[in-house]
Design a protein. Structure first.
Length: 168
């Protein structure tokens, strides 16, 4: 295991989450753009040097944190597409969690204005209420979610609504 890489991933993920908590509390997102850009540039370099930071390389927590940084690299869709491909291979090899692949796949689809597959992405509607982005073949949603180790769509929706009302 590469402990230095895992430690840097942890530091960056902590920073990522701290700035997002501050943004929810204060409404200010100035630091978010800077931190996401810095983390994205660093992640690109880490991938170029080490390949995808999977479980063997950085441990389970580090693999989770690698995905988190990629998930928040919305300003760099090329990187997200690259990571999506790397995650597919990593999941097949047992080096990443299937749920990470589901979340990133939906994120990339939503950015392309296409229906998501796993129902993981929400936005605020015009009324300020949380709403699910469109989903392809919604009648099969729970089966697809289960295949990726995700809870039912109804349970996820309840959890997201709880988080939304707690943030108010």
């Amino acid at each position: 295991m590469n402990r230095d890489l895992a430690a840097e991933l942890h530091r960056r993920a902590e920073q990522d989450q701290a700035v997002r908590r501050r943004m929810l509390e204060t409404g200010g997102g100035r630091d978010l753009v800077r931190i996401d850009a810095d983390n994205t540039a660093w992640l690109k370099q880490a991938i170029a040097t080490h390949g995808w930071p999977g479980i063997t390389l950085v441990g389970e927590q580090g693999a989770d944190e690698s995905w988190l940084l990629a998930q928040h690299a919305d300003h760099d869709l090329d990187l997200q597409h690259q990571v999506l491909s790397l995650l597919q291979d990593a999941v097949a090899a047992g080096e990443a969690r299937p749920r990470h692949l589901a979340y990133l796949a939906d994120r990339v689809l939503v950015a392309a204005d296409e229906p998501q597959v796993y129902g993981t992405q929400y936005t605020n509607g015009p009324d300020g209420k949380l709403r699910l982005y469109p989903v392809a073949e919604p009648e099969q949603l729970d089966a697809r979610r289960a295949a990726m180790g995700l809870e039912s769509a109804a349970e996820y929706h309840r959890r997201m609504r709880r988080r939304d009302t707690e943030a108010d």
